[in-house]
Design a protein around this ligand. Structure first.
Ligand SMILES: [Zn+2]
Length: 252
């Protein structure tokens, strides 16, 4: 993963997509949306498909019209929408499209943003996965939806996982840890477990037929990097949101 900034805004980009200039895929660190007047970006009373003013300003700064966005109201499920144009697509946790100049957008604060690109059928996907989404295997669901909608072959798929809460900080009780194979949860203090969400999703992706070498998992932990990323576990109700975007560039 490479890091760059636009107007001091921290962006996480992905090495695995570097050879594809037709693709834009980025996680924008949530701290970018803070200002002196608003410490955190306001996702709109839990309506995470509503854009805050700082987020709108960001799109203006990078010349990405907000009218080009495809948004969903994330609900920790595994429903995936097939999108043919920008707009708001209701409650869901994933989108796929082949339409150029339609930028899929999700928000996260510790959950995993999952980016999919099939350079053969020229199609993309984006999903939001916390432990509930992983338990419901949204990664496999996106893969199957791309197979049925775009004839994507899993072996052609490139997948990037943006910054999320890593196993240095993600401690859960037995009720959540027991949902996943023992190999993904290491016993920790106070009867809790440190769960490796990255390895869980890697396993699901390879089970779906995606090659391990075609998956890039961010090493950045949202909880550790206070200065950069929003983290719901760290900041609680006042937490902002990191924004993930993927789109196919329109060439005239
Ligand atoms: Zn950490």
């Amino acid at each position: 993963m490479d890091f760059s900034t636009i107007d001091k805004i921290m962006l996480s980009e992905f090495t695995i997509f570097a050879d594809y200039p037709e693709l834009r895929a980025v996680t924008v660190a949530g701290k970018a949306f803070e200002s002196n007047s608003t410490r955190y970006n306001d996702p709109g009373n839990g309506k995470n498909d509503v854009l805050s003013k700082p987020e709108l300003r960001f799109y203006n700064n990078i010349n990405l019209p907000a009218e080009c966005l495809a948004k969903i109201r994330q609900v920790h499920g595994n429903s995936v929408k097939v999108v043919f144009e920008p707009g708001s697509f209701g409650e869901s946790d994933g989108m796929i499209t082949r339409k150029k100049n339609t930028y899929l957008r999700i928000v996260t604060a510790d959950c995993l943003p999952l980016f999919f690109y099939d350079p053969v059928s020229c199609s993309i996907g984006l999903a939001h996965a916390g432990w509930r989404g992983l338990k419901a295997n949204i990664a496999g669901k996106v893969t199957r939806q791309m197979q049925s909608s775009f004839k994507t072959k899993p072996m052609d798929l490139l997948v990037a996982v943006g910054p999320f809460i890593r196993d240095c900080c993600y401690s859960v009780k037995d009720d959540v840890a027991s949902l996943f194979s023992a190999g993904f949860a290491k016993p920790a203090k106070n009867g809790k477990y440190m769960v490796n969400l990255g390895e869980i999703v890697m396993n699901q992706l390879t089970d779906s037929g995606i090659r391990r070498k075609n998956v890039e998992i961010s090493k950045e932990c949202t909880y550790c990097h206070d200065e950069r990323f929003s983290s719901a576990r760290r900041d609680g109700k006042r937490s902002g949101r990191n924004i993930s975007l993927i789109g196919l560039v329109h060439n005239n």
